[in-house]
Design a protein around this ligand. Structure first.
Ligand code: NAD
Length: 349
């Protein structure tokens, strides 16, 4: 079976990951692409194949399209992904799943009704070092996890977006909605849930537009830095920092502190994982680098999405995971706005 795919939104993530990884997958043909900027769609089609569609609706309603990648801007995910699911398509939706919880839940409801695959691109779960780290935690090598720290920062989306300028949509409240928290932070709360195999239940945060300016030289409308304190269901406490103003190397590191040892992930450029036990043992694992803005390696996301469709299986990142990550990030934003700690118990309605 060849899966016929359409890509909606032909910006950086479509060019750097979705289209090349579909091209490398033997079970897929890229049949349609769309972007409101027709030159971007044309350029993507010239490089990777497919016809340029006149609208995203043409792709989601097309009887010869089986699956879509929703690589549109954040505010459009709810509209495009929901409509595609209702039209019976499988959908790989970029993160954040939506800009509102209501929107995110309507996507999950549409997927349940359609019975098709919905996967959210929280690609950090598919990084080999993170998968091995989860196994080390599961195997009890660190004992109970007591604390953690994680960060994700780079020099900002105006260096990444296909519109590489300060007028990028990433800086607009009506489009990105969540600033760096929804861009980079949402990856790390999803990663913590994955690594620790438990949920985050309480959050306290500071956030601000400390540095970035829009095209008019005004401070941007969304946060460019956020620092959070998090508590998990089992009582572990830790920190998470997200930034668009790390003007050196990109930092995507995590450290887990357990009763029996410490696990450092992407903390040292020479070793993806470093384990130190309280008994004095030290181990390093070189299991490949994480994708960075300047160094794109295969994310494995497209292969996992295609496999879920072919095998009729649950994808490794579900719509529910996307909802939960959004819920925690929204709680962090609320905490930063109110100066109060916010409880974010799972399934609280
Ligand atoms: N998983 C990841 O690691 C990762 C990394 C980067 C971006 N993303 C996500 O991918 C999405 C796209 O980000 P990007 O980095 O490619 O941004 P980008 O600015 O490079 O590209 C966005 C594209 O979407 C197009 N677009 C705007 N309105 C649209 C509409 N109504 N319909 C279809 N397309 C529309 C724009 O014209 C532009 O070409 C965002 O939701 C972002 O959060 C995910």
């Amino acid at each position: 079976m060849t899966i016929r795919v359409g890509i909606i939104g032909c910006g950086s993530i479509a060019n750097q990951r979705h289209a090349p990884e579909y091209a490398d997958n033997p079970h897929v043909t890229l049949t349609h692409v769309y972007d409101p900027n027709p030159d971007r769609a044309k350029r993507l089609a010239e490089r990777f194949g497919g016809q340029v569609a006149a609208s995203w609706e043409e792709i989601v309603d097309h009887p010869e399209v089986d699956a879509i990648s929703d690589c549109s801007t954040n505010e459009m995910h709810q509209i495009i992904t929901t409509r595609a699911l209702r039209a019976g398509k499988h959908v790989l939706c970029e993160k954040p799943i939506a800009t509102t919880l209501e929107g995110a839940k309507s996507i999950v409801a549409a997927a349940a009704e359609a019975g098709t695959v919905l996967m959210i691109d929280h690609n950090q779960r598919l990084v080999a070092a993170h998968q091995l780290a989860r196994k080390i935690v599961e195997d009890g090598e660190l004992g109970k996890i007591l604390s953690f720290k994680t960060t994700f920062g780079h020099k900002g989306p105006e260096y990444w977006s296909i519109n590489a300028s300060n007028s990028t949509w990433f800086f607009k409240k009506s489009r990105s909605a969540l600033g760096v928290a929804g861009d980079l932070g949402i990856h790390k709360v999803d990663l913590l849930r994955y690594l620790l195999n438990e949920d985050i239940i309480e959050v306290s945060a500071f956030a601000g537009a400390l540095d970035k300016k829009d095209e008019n030289g005004q401070p941007i409308e969304v946060c460019d830095n956020m620092v959070c304190l998090l508590r998990t269901q089992s009582g572990a406490i830790g920190t998470a920092a997200f930034s668009w103003s790390y003007y050196g190397d990109e930092d995507n590191s995590t450290v887990l502190y357990g009763e029996k040892g410490v696990l450092k992930i992407f903390a040292d450029p020479d070793a993806a994982l470093q384990l130190m036990t309280s008994a004095g043992e030290q181990r390093s694992y070189n299991v490949g680098a994480i994708q960075t803005n300047d160094n794109q390696t295969s994310s494995g996301v497209i292969d996992a999405f295609v496999e879920a469709i072919r095998m009729k299986e649950r994808p490794p990142v579900t719509g529910e995971d996307g909802v939960r990550a959004l819920e925690i990030i929204q709680a962090a934003i609320r905490s930063a706005e109110t100066g109060k700690t916010v409880s974010v118990l799972p399934n609280h309605g």
